[in-house]
Design a protein around this ligand. Structure first.
Ligand SMILES: Cc1cc2nc3c(=O)[nH]c(=O)nc-3n(C[C@H](O)[C@H](O)[C@H](O)COP(=O)(O)OP(=O)(O)OC[C@H]3O[C@@H](n4cnc5c(N)ncnc54)[C@H](O)[C@@H]3O)c2cc1C
Length: 489
């Protein structure tokens, strides 16, 4: 089935989609793990809180994740130390353990049935050249007093690897977790589905948010839309890039109590899941979307790799992207000093289970004026340090290059007898010819920031390689940051 294993858990409850104009203290935009966690931590305040979701609650990236709750995240601690320093790296580690504990506390306190299983986490490499990266991470984790040990095999999978292992990590079904949080919001937080925020405007003491349904005025606006749907001052596009990965889940006889991720150019991630059946979940074939890769080929490569390792056929297959920041730290908090009450949460670097929950806690603490020791670490206004500037320059160059190359339509590999780009009266159009030979014509221009689109053969959608917006073959919006359909002319 070309769908994620979690989406069958999406709640059948429907929320209102018709809003009269109204005022609220806090408006949260986006009903994924970040938005729902923020609502959860604000629900007992004296403030009026409202959440709008452009689709169904938890139908975005959170329903397409692999759902590991772990502080062992690639070789992030040695990378943060070299980009910043030991103190910042350690603080990031503390934040991830703190967020993992917040999830666990909720699960224990409310006995949430979300297939939570404690396990160990591994990172590993296959080749000698990358061993140094593992050693560096081992050393820094040791220095941070984490109980870390070396491993040479991954049970039932790889016999000859080099890696490290930590304990006290976990996996869960994020959709079931969110369903429970939402059940606790009823009565306290007004939720609307199928209401898309279109524009935010600042008036003297409030923000005015125009939506597809109506206008909401709010003192605080918290944007948890995965990627902000408005152009954020401070060059967020240049501080981030979009990375897509492919995922497979397959039934297996017995689950194992570990999750693992390889380090280096070829990244593969493995975890197990048990509901009424047992599954192995395998992800990989990641790439920057700006590289204009043929998604279908990548999915096939993942299938081949999966068959070779597990000798299984996929039961579920899907693909999804996440936002990566060039300094590997998420972007959470007030967008700038002129807009202290406009908050964003993005760039979780594929570690959004811990970081979404952390974002919810940090942003609710900002609104409630509570202390939170992590506010500064993730501050969207943080400066680009000299050591980080290399990534900044590379990302900025890549973004500019993608933008220009999409304009010039140099990606011939995306043309064939079913997909064409044509210039009509000086404007570029994308044409998809379906199996009944019907032509579907769209302007080749993403409404968000005017990048040209590429055709996604796997899902039959037009995708924006710059910021990840997606549209169906007739140009109707499926996923932001764009908030508009593609213009017809
Ligand atoms: C392949 C892959 C594997 C991953 N595995 C892991 C993992 O194992 N562990 C981990 O920690 N992290 C993982 N991540 C990262 C994690 O899944 C994401 O970072 C996280 O789910 C993002 O949550 P979110 O709430 O920000 O976004 P979403 O879940 O996408 O929620 C955003 C919501 O906002 C809504 N929205 C968008 N625009 C608007 C608008 N204009 N108006 C109203 N609503 C709007 C969307 O419909 C959506 O429901 C993985 C990511 C990928 C790509």
């Amino acid at each position: 089935m070309f769908d994620s294993i979690w989406r069958k858990s999406i709640s059948k409850n429907n929320y209102d989609n018709k809003i009269e104009d109204f005022n609220t203290d806090v408006l949260i935009i986006g009903g994924g793990l970040a938005g729902i966690s923020t609502a959860f931590y604000l629900k007992d305040s004296n403030m009026d809180v409202c959440l709008i979701e452009s689709n169904k609650i938890c139908s975005g990236t959170t329903s397409l994740t692999t759902g590991k709750i772990t502080y062992l995240q690639d070789t992030i601690y040695s990378q943060l130390e070299s980009m910043y320093n030991f103190t910042i790296s350690k603080k990031y580690l503390d934040s991830q353990i703190y967020a993992s504990n917040l999830i666990k506390e909720n699960i224990d306190k409310y006995k949430i049935d979300c297939d939570y299983k404690k396990n160990d986490s591994y990172i590993f490499v296959y080749n000698n050249e990358d061993k140094k990266k593992i050693d560096k991470e081992y050393n820094i984790l040791n220095k941070m007093n984490i109980n870390v040990s070396k491993i040479k095999t991954i049970p039932n999978i790889f016999n000859n690897i080099y890696g490290i292992k930590v304990s006290n990590t976990a996996v869960f079904n994020p959709v079931k977790y969110i369903n429970f949080l939402v059940s606790k919001l009823n009565e306290k937080v007004k939720i609307y589905e199928n209401v898309r925020a279109l524009e935010i405007e600042k008036s003297s003491s409030k923000y005015i948010v125009r939506t597809t349904s109506n206008v909401i005025k709010a003192k605080y606006v918290i944007v948890c839309t995965h990627y902000p749907f408005f152009v954020v001052p401070g060059l967020i596009p240049f501080k981030t890039h979009i990375e897509k990965s492919h995922v497979i889940a397959s039934k297996i006889d017995e689950i194992q109590y570990f999750n693992a991720i390889s380090v280096g150019n070829e990244v593969y991630s493995i975890r197990y899941h048990k509901d009424k059946d047992s599954y192995v979940i395998f992800a990989g074939e990641s790439y920057k979307m700006s590289n204009h890769i043929d998604y279908e080929k990548r999915q096939e490569e993942l299938r081949l790799k999966f068959r070779k390792i597990f000798n299984l056929k996929p039961n579920y297959e899907w693909s999804i992207h996440d936002i990566t920041s060039n300094d590997l730290l998420p972007i959470i908090g007030s967008v700038n000093d002129n807009n202290p009450n406009l908050l964003i949460a993005t760039a979780f670097n594929k570690w959004g289970m811990t970081n979404s929950v952390l974002a919810g806690k940090i942003m609710s603490d900002i609104v409630l004026k509570n202390d939170n020791e992590y506010i500064d670490l993730f501050n969207p206004k943080r400066k680009i340090t000299l050591k980080r500037s290399e990534n900044f320059i590379v990302d900025s160059f890549n973004i500019s290059k993608i933008y220009l190359s999409t304009k010039l339509n140099k990606n011939k590999s995306f043309y064939n007898d079913r997909v064409k780009f044509e210039n009509i009266n000086g404007k570029s159009y994308g044409i998809y010819i379906d199996k009944n030979n019907k032509k579907h014509i769209v302007r080749n221009l993403c409404p968000h920031m005017k990048c040209s689109l590429i055709f996604n053969y796997m899902d039959k959608t037009w995708d924006c390689p710059c910021h990840g917006s997606r549209f169906d073959i007739d140009g109707n919006i499926i996923k932001g940051p764009s908030v508009y359909d593609i213009k017809k002319d």
